[in-house]
Design a binder for this molecule. Structure first.
Ligand code: NAD
Length: 289
């Protein structure tokens, strides 16, 4: 297939390389990155000319909207705009409506799996948009990922992503504060893991990505809390969840509390550049009050 790939950063570059390795014809565009092994176009509009599928992997909804202004008029009839960035639900819906008004098809398809999943081609895609568009994009999603879930109409992929990550942020904060409490109660961390990971307090944060070094499966805690999934990316996703909850009029007290913790950690303390599970050493250093 003839593909344009816009936004070739930590995630986009390995995703594009997997498409090239699978035999697809990829034209890239990025305002800053010059990734190896990818033919780059002179502009976003030049990259999308003649492409059957245009993939975007950009930092946020504002940038996605700006890029869409440039590329939608330059895309060929019946092409598919496949946005894999994590953005706010409103931007996802607005860009899909803009593409459809121009006679194009659009999908929002945010991912989970991180840079490791992008490199290995094992990402999970959460997709919102028309089934006909998904049918066209599916072979590409199969190259870049291991699993695709069609979540519903435009914006549903982003909705699924932020709901999942709101749960993840809240369970990570809860798991870390519980470990710090257990420490202060003199409870052995291994005993804590053995009980909780097989009891009703279990979660992915405890069982698969345990924030305590040396306990449970290998995780960023065993690598001095190098990301993994950086605390600032969790802050971004929790802020998107807050924004969506405000727009929808939904009460999300645990999501709001997790957002406040990650904001303090990233913006006021030493959280930037550390894994999001570094909440545990953060709580170890804190006292009640
Ligand atoms: P990144 O910052 O490494 O890459 C973004 C790229 O977009 C950069 O190379 C930047 O130069 C480029 N860019 C910015 N503005 C542009 C424009 N106007 N035109 C063309 N290119 C432009 O970010 P990333 O880690 O690759 O993340 C991309 C998206 O994937 C984000 O929405 C992020 O939330 C999401 N995501 C990231 C991870 C992760 O682990 N890194 C996991 C899941 C989802």
């Amino acid at each position: 297939m003839k593909i344009a790939f816009i936004g070739l950063g930590n995630m986009g570059a390995p995703m594009a390389r997997n498409l090239i390795a699978a035999g697809h014809d990829v034209a890239g565009y990025d305002t800053a990155a010059t990734p190896e092994g990818i033919d780059m176009a002179a502009s976003a509009a030049a990259a999308v000319a003649g492409a059957e599928v245009v993939i975007t992997m950009l930092p946020n909804g504002g940038i996605l909207r700006a890029v869409a202004e440039e590329i939608v008029p330059a895309m060929g009839a019946s092409a598919v705009l496949l946005d894999c960035s994590t953005v706010d639900v409103e931007s996802a819906r607005a860009v899909a409506a803009q593409a459809e008004a121009a006679g194009l098809m659009a999908l929002d398809a945010p991912v989970s799996g991180g840079i490791g999943g992008a490199e290995a081609g094992t990402l999970t895609f959460m997709v919102g948009g028309a089934p006909e568009a998904l049918e066209i994009a599916a072979p590409l999603l199969d190259v870049m990922g291991g699993r695709t879930v069609h979540c519903g109409q435009a914006g549903s992929g982003q909705a699924a992503k932020i709901c999942n990550n709101m749960i993840l942020g809240a369970t990570m904060v809860a798991t870390c504060e519980a470990f710090a409490l257990a420490d202060k109660l003199g409870l052995d961390r291994q005993a804590m893991f053995d009980v909780v990971s097989t009891s009703s307090g279990q979660s992915w944060s405890m069982n698969t990505y345990c924030p305590a070094p040396g306990i449970g499966p290998k995780s960023p805690a065993d690598n001095d809390y190098k990301p993994g999934f950086a605390a600032e990316l969790m802050l971004k996703d929790l802020d998107l969840a807050r924004q969506a909850a405000e727009e929808a009029g939904a009460a999300t007290p645990m999501g709001d509390a997790a957002l406040a913790e990650y904001r303090a950690f990233v913006e006021g303390e030493d959280g930037r550049g550390r894994d999001f599970s570094a909440m545990l050493p953060r709580f170890q250093g804190k006292t009640r009050g």
